[in-house]
Ligand binder design. Sequence first.
Ligand code: SF4
Length: 210
Amino acid sequence: MMNENIFTRNEKLAQKVIKGLNSRNMSGYYASSAEEAKKMALDLIPEGSTVTMGGGMSVHEIGLVDALKKGNYNFLDRDQAEDKRAAMLAAYDADFFLSSCNAITEDGVLINIDGNSNRVSAIAQGPKKVLFIVGMNKVCSDVDGAMKRARNVAAPINAQRFGLDTPCAKTGSCMNCKSPDTICCQFLVTRFSRHADRIHVILVNDSLGF
Ligand code: SF4
């Protein structure tokens, strides 16, 4: 059970992040639990929508993927697709693209790093809407802190998870490598959305992903 003081801190901090997102033409919401986050997401995604994603443990962790698969949605499952390239290209035409992020700043800037770069490219443009599921553990004070988190926390864990041959997989922190296996090919800093109602962020009072 989450400590009550952390709950209050997260709620207050989330309001600051949401204000920052709003100032950047993006929408933010605060869910007090993973279950509430799943309900909020399903309220945002109309039945019949074509939905896809480019990885994202947080999206799985709140039970959203299972709910979409069971529900009346056209869920494009990249992992099950025989033609991965076709699945990747189909994602650009989806109604909703689901993602977590590597870090988000207190004033609403989203940071994502990518190796194949299908995820960051779909966040940047293509899908009609992008819905982020973000645990409050991903909130950092500023862009510098968010970049450090992405490189020194998220990337090494992902490199270890996928069995990649990178220095961070061995040491646990970023060595700014140019390894063939690097997952730091592209860095996407989302500081404003040109299109209103395209980018939505549900902040969750939980520790999700890494
Ligand atoms: S640049 Fe290389 S060492 Fe640094 S986090 Fe990325 S993959 Fe790891």
